[in-house]
Design a binder for this molecule. Structure first.
Ligand SMILES: Cc1cc2nc3c(=O)[nH]c(=O)nc-3n(C[C@H](O)[C@H](O)[C@H](O)COP(=O)(O)O)c2cc1C
Length: 253
């Protein structure tokens, strides 16, 4: 589980509640880099086993649905930020050097979240990233960002032999998990489905959502003849390109 820096319980309280759970902690580069460093060190001290640094949020996207619904999150319940007062603005001037710097300050691995191109994946890894999380922030930042599943293959081709590549965004079924694994993801993450389970019936609802994903993944693995996750390969999926190429070849005959 990756805990958001915006969580309403402190990262220390969450860790104390589930000390055995493998937990990662998500944070941003803040305008005040001391805040970034303090949060990273708190997470490390509290037993989080990786940092997930989100790099697709130099500004919040223009969320017209929030304007339409007159939704203004106050941020007052963001417990991890309380020690820092008004110093928690997210940086809009972060560079790859911030990754190198943060990496040099912590012992736990650094996952870079929000990568959508092979070029940025290369820069992230060369700057010290231990893993890449291919993400478009669940489509919440730019409507026009590519689908993560489409961005995944070129990123795996670029850095997949050097580090693990993960994916999130739009994973809604076990078949979506399967497709991402087939195209080279080591693992996938889900955002909103977990929230929906929580709203529906609390922790039982979250458990159900994860169980449904497991059941569906298990089912498609059986149907496609994959007895292990490692045996899920690119040959188990077809891309739109394959079909259009076949059509072009047909038209040229
Ligand atoms: C309500 C909400 C809050 C989020 N807050 C953060 C955040 O603070 N930091 C972050 O990196 N991503 C945040 N995200 C994006 C998720 O980490 C994740 O990339 C996205 O939800 C995955 O897409 P999915 O919801 O389609 O599964 C948030 C998503 C939602 C729905």
């Amino acid at each position: 589980m990756t805990l958001s820096c915006g969580s309403s319980a402190t990262l220390e309280a969450v860790s104390a509640a589930e000390p055995q759970l493998n937990k990662w902690y998500q944070l941003f580069v803040y305008q005040n880099r001391e805040v970034t460093l303090d949060m990273a060190r708190r997470a490390q001290a509290a037993g989080y086993s990786a940092l997930v640094l989100t790099v697709d949020f130099p500004a919040i996207g223009l969320r017209y649905h929030n304007i339409k619904n007159n939704y203004h999150p106050s941020g007052e319940d963001q417990a991890n930020y309380w020690p820092y007062g008004t110093d928690t603005a997210i940086a809009n001037n972060a560079t790859w050097a911030d990754i190198t710097w943060l990496k040099s300050q912590v012992r736990i691995p650094l996952v870079i979240k929000g990568i959508l191109t092979a070029e940025d994946a290369r820069l992230a890894v060369d700057s010290g990233a231990d893993a890449i999380l291919v993400s478009n922030h669940g489509g919440r930042q730019l409507d026009d960002a590519p689908a993560t599943l489409e961005a995944l293959p070129e990123i795996v081709a670029e850095v997949g032999r050097e580090c693990e590549v993960y994916l999130d965004g739009g994973v809604r079924s076990g078949t979506d998990v399967f497709k991402a694994l087939a195209l080279g993801a080591r693992a996938v993450f889900v955002g909103r489905p977990v929230c929906w389970g929580l709203v529906h019936s609390g922790s039982e609802g979250v458990k159900s959502v994860l169980e449904i994903l497991y059941t569906e993944l298990d089912n498609i693995m059986t149907i496609t003849g994959c007895s292990t996750v490692a045996s899920i390969t690119p040959s188990h999926v077809r891309c739109v390109d394959d079909y259009t190429q076949a059509l072009h070849a047909f038209n040229e005959k």
